[in-house]
Structures are given as structure tokens and as C-alpha cells.
Design a protein around this ligand. Sequence first.
Ligand code: SF4
Ligand code: SF4
Length: 128
Amino acid sequence: MPAAKPAKITYDCSKCPGYCCSYPRIEVKDRDLARLAKHFGLSVAEAEKRFTRRYRDADSDERILRHHKDEIYGSICRFFDTDARRCTVYAARPAVCRQYPNGSKCGYYDFLRFERKHQDDPDFIPSA
Ligand code: SF4
Ligand code: SF4
């Protein structure tokens, strides 16, 4: 049987203000941290201190990316360039960022496209 054709990607991150980078919990596993440390020429301990913080609740204990302020979403990953609206560590980004949105569709992009069409404004950005 021929291999199934990969589903066509239906989102375009270059037309999105980076909603997924504003998620409050973006996990950084050990391998992600080692990659970031190497990218910046830092020790793992220094990279962990500068770029991450601990998130704990009843069910989880995770190392997550720190945020900085953002006009659109309130706060966003510290590696996100809020003027250019893009990731500044693309080659060294964590695995979870590489996997997202885990398929051919992005729900936020569908929402954005719907709103832009209905507002008749190709640059419309919904407020947070
Ligand atoms: S929210 Fe969706 S379209 Fe926007 S940057 Fe993330 S993956 Fe791309
Ligand atoms: S590392 Fe890059 S892709 Fe991942 S959340 Fe931060 S800005 Fe977005």
C-alpha cells in the first residue's frame, strides 16, 4: 500500500502574531535546556537561571520558559521578538515548540482567519 499523503498544512505562522508563544507554560526538558545553553555559549546552570523558572501545582512540577511583556497578549516567551513578532532562537527552540500545533491545523489560526474575513481586515488582531 502506498504511504498516506501527509495532510496539507492549513496555517501560516508568518501571518499570525505568535499566539502559541504566549502560552504561560512552555516546558523546557533537559535536552532543550542543553540546546539553549549551547546556543548561547552558557553553562546549563546559567541558562536554566536566565531563561527558565519552575512551575508547580498539585499535578505538575515543570521547568518552563520565562516571559516578558507583550502589547498584544500581555506576556509572551522571553525569546519572542515583540516588534518582529517572531522567535529569536528558532534553531534552538524547545521540542514542544517544534511539535506545535501537532498536526496540519492550528485552532488559533482558523479563528484568526475567520475574524479577518468577517472584519474585512487582513491584518486584524483580536485583543487578548
Ligand atoms: S498560534 Fe498557530 S499560526 Fe500562530 S504562530 Fe502558533 S502555530 Fe503558528
Ligand atoms: S522558544 Fe521560540 S517558538 Fe518557543 S515559545 Fe519561545 S519564542 Fe515561541
